[in-house]
Design a protein around this ligand. Structure first.
Ligand code: CAA
Length: 286
């Protein structure tokens, strides 16, 4: 099936990037948030990203305008009524996601594909929120941040996901210029299953005074050639997001190395969520 109209639910860090990359390849995108001002703020972020690309000479002003014109902010789920693909990128909470999917199930066309950008929650658990007939077209489509830069999509098949749905997502990913890996439907899938124990261990090392945050990060950047150290990466992802993923992994597997470190719990409880709040393991003066 051809995917021309994309409805993206959630205009935050992931949602605005997901909307941007689809608009950039010519798809008509609706960017949804329950409050219109937040959907518009998502489009403004896209405008800012595109403006930087124009300033660097990587995009023409005409292409910037055309891409932006393909993004329509909306506060009404009714706009999903003509979507070929619905991508959900809202807060990583099972109840929030299942409520939204169940509403969308009553609005979107019967043959629309439903894809969750969940970073850890089982696809079968989310697919249970939609009617049985829809579950064949329900999958995980997990993007990485910053979405316009990171060339990977983790595709997760639920137990009901059919082959045409996988093919449609693979075809779309090829248009987006993104490589696909396929993960079984287990907590954290492939990337976060591998990443989160690494971030968690860096946090525990920092907590016990093994080294400064700067030295731990430099160890990974310089010694392992990672673009960011684990503590700055956690700040970049969002400490609340990391905590949510670690909890899902720990609940799912029960092993100690998945348990969220105490320092992470404390920082999140104190409202220090990383880059987005100006403080996490590092400070981000505004
Ligand atoms: N949005 C759009 N583009 C961005 C961007 C953003 N937020 N941040 C950086 N970029 C672009 C820049 O415009 C630049 O583009 P050009 O090469 O075309 O000029 C390019 O990225 C490189 O940026 P910079 O030169 O400014 O900075 P950098 O070299 O330090 O790279 C980075 C920045 C790409 C973020 C790099 O540090 C990096 O790759 N970090 C690791 C990111 C990562 O691991 N992401 C995955 C997180 S896990 C996840 O998302 C999933 C999950 O479930 C938790």
């Amino acid at each position: 099936m051809s995917i021309e109209r994309v409805f993206v639910a959630g205009a935050g860090l992931m949602g605005h990037g997901i909307a941007q990359v689809h608009a950039a390849i010519g798809r008509a995108v609706t960017l949804y948030e329950p409050e219109l001002a937040r959907a518009e703020a998502g489009r403004d972020r896209i405008a800012g990203n595109l403006e930087r690309a124009v300033a660097k000479g990587k995009l023409t002003a005409d292409d910037r305008a055309a891409t932006l014109a393909r993004v329509t902010p909306a506060a009404d789920l009714g706009a999903a009524a003509d979507a070929d693909l619905v991508i959900e990128a809202v807060f990583e909470d099972v109840d929030v996601k299942t409520r939204l999917w169940s509403e969308l199930d009553g609005i979107a066309p019967a043959d629309a594909i439903f894809a969750s950008n969940t970073s850890s929650i089982a696809i079968d658990r989310l697919a249970a929120a939609v009617s049985e007939g829809r579950r064949a077209r329900f999958a995980g489509m997990h993007f990485f941040s910053p979405v316009p830069v990171m060339p990977l999509i983790e595709l997760i098949r639920g137990s009901a996901t059919d082959d045409p749905t996988e093919k449609a997502i693979r075809d779309l990913a090829a248009h987006l210029g993104k490589q696909v890996i396929v993960s079984a439907d287990r907590p954290g899938f492939i990337v976060n299953r591998v990443l989160m124990p690494f971030l968690g261990e860096a946090m525990r090392a920092y907590e016990e005074g093994l080294g400064t945050a700067e030295d731990i990060d430099t160890g990974a950047r310089v010694g392992l050639n990672h673009p960011m150290g684990p503590l700055e990466l956690a700040d970049f992802i969002g400490l609340d997001v990391c905590l949510g993923i670690m909890r899902v992994l720990h609940e799912g597997f029960g092993q100690d190395h998945f348990a969220p470190p105490a320092i992470l719990e404390r920082l999140v409880a104190d409202g220090h969520l990383g880059q987005k709040t100006g403080r996490g393991f590092h400070a981000y003066p505004r």
